[in-house]
Design a protein around this ligand. Structure first.
Ligand SMILES: *[C@@H]1O[C@H](CO)[C@@H](O)[C@H](O)[C@H]1NC(C)=O
Ligand SMILES: *[C@@H]1O[C@H](CO)[C@@H](O)[C@H](O)[C@H]1NC(C)=O
Ligand SMILES: *[C@@H]1O[C@H](CO)[C@@H](O)[C@H](O)[C@H]1NC(C)=O
Length: 376
């Protein structure tokens, strides 16, 4: 009799533990439901365009947690957070408008654990690229391979938080994976003037872009294996038109660096083909293409008066040499400038871009826009 009673007792308490776990997961999932109409989480991968503070925790030369960065960021009261702009990034705005109650937390922040990750995690890192060698000039940064290794850790945490079947549902049906990367592979790798670091000496543009696309294809497939299904991938912007490039090449107001823009366009053509291929190949997944190149180019053309000069920076005709920091000069009309600093768009530009990605037509975002992607 004795052993049976013990087994019964064990089974009973095991059942209680299970019940407790499933109640907890229900509570967590419902908490997410209540606040954002069923949308779950935003997982953000990429470079400084969407870094929300990861580089603050790295020994790196690429940092934005110094004033006046963040001067218009309401959530921090105007203090720098590590975002490379004056306010919100495109990732912040998209998450907010899709109904996520918090900005996705930076993966490397020590308090990004437990329930804090439920609305999403941001893995993006200033200087990071598709290729591992990209951004070596900054000493440290997270490339996309490592960012996906980190998501693999997060994926396991979701199993613990929600239970494996709910976690799978949450990740595959109610989460969006955005990837904004590629510009550094050109700016801080292929085109780098320091020949011993740049890949240009040993590879043709075609060969380098082939490598990038093959690498990205593997990276997106890895995310798919970890249950990601709703993807949005940004193409590379007109990197030949950023204040840094215009300054070092001493261009006129209405000129851009031809080689840099040509490389971006060549990569962008291949990216579009890759996403079409993956849409056919990976069952149940949707890969949305975000045409950041055309969106930024139109901003530059339409805001001619404010398009060439960095709001915060120093050096040369377009304030494009020395990054934004406490000793930089800063423009007064921050909401009118396309570029915040020598490399990055202002919050005003990010807002225009984000709204097109959320609600715009297939000219900018295809086959569906982000609002439609959420509701799929
Ligand atoms: C984590 O800590 C940072 C810095 O102290 C704070 O701004 C942020 O709100 C915290 N995040 C969470 C999810 O608690
Ligand atoms: C790039 O770095 C990742 C993470 O450290 C590593 O797993 C991968 O093998 C590296 N890839 C190459 C081609 O070196
Ligand atoms: C995730 O991590 C596990 C080890 O914990 C490994 O076996 C698996 O291959 C990883 N998955 C991906 C897609 O990287």
């Amino acid at each position: 009799m004795e052993p049976v009673a013990m087994v019964m007792e064990k089974a009973w308490s095991f059942g209680l533990v299970l019940l407790w776990f499933s109640t907890l997961s229900c509570y967590l999932v419902n908490a997410a439901d209540d606040k954002n109409g069923g949308f779950g989480a935003s997982f953000i991968f990429g470079d400084s365009l969407v870094d929300a503070g990861n580089n603050n925790y790295l020994p790196t030369l690429s940092r934005a947690n110094i004033p006046p960065n963040g001067i218009d960021f309401k959530a921090s009261g105007g203090n720098p957070t590590g975002r490379y702009t004056n306010g919100r990034t495109i990732g912040d705005i998209v998450g907010e408008e899709l109904g996520v109650p918090n900005y996705a937390v930076p993966y490397l922040a020590p308090n990004s654990t437990g329930k804090a990750i439920l609305y999403g995690v941001n893995y993006a890192s200033g200087g990071g690229g598709i290729m591992n060698a990209t951004g070596r000039i900054f000493v440290n940064r997270l490339g996309l391979d490592i960012q996906i290794d980190f998501f693999n850790n997060t994926r396991k945490q979701f199993d613990k938080l929600l239970g494996s079947s709910k976690a799978k549902d949450y990740i595959s049906k109610r989460s969006i994976f955005s990837i904004t990367i590629g510009a550094n592979d050109f700016l801080n790798n292929y085109l780098l003037p320091v020949l011993s670091i740049g890949a240009r000496i040993s590879e043709t543009p075609d060969g380098f872009i082939d490598d990038m696309i093959n690498h990205l294809s593997n990276q997106l497939t890895r995310l798919y294996k970890l249950d990601a299904r709703k993807f949005v991938i940004g193409n590379v912007g007109p990197i030949g038109c950023i204040p840094y490039q215009k300054t070092i090449n001493q261009l006129n107001e209405n000129e851009c660096v031809d080689l840099a823009n040509k490389l971006a366009m060549q990569y962008n053509g291949r990216l579009k083909e890759l996403l079409t291929e993956l849409n056919g190949k990976l069952k149940g997944a949707i890969f949305v293409h975000a045409n950041v190149y055309d969106l930024v180019m139109e901003l530059i053309t339409n805001y001619a008066k404010y398009a060439s000069e960095a709001c915060c920076g120093n050096g040369g005709q377009y304030a494009g040499i020395i990054p934004c920091g406490p000793t930089s000069s800063m423009c007064k009309d921050r909401d009118k400038h396309v570029f915040w600093d020598p490399y990055h768009p202002s919050e005003a530009a990010n807002l225009i871009i984000a709204r097109q990605l959320l609600h715009g037509s297939t000219k900018y975002i295809s086959p569906v826009n982000l609002e439609q992607l959420r509701n799929l």
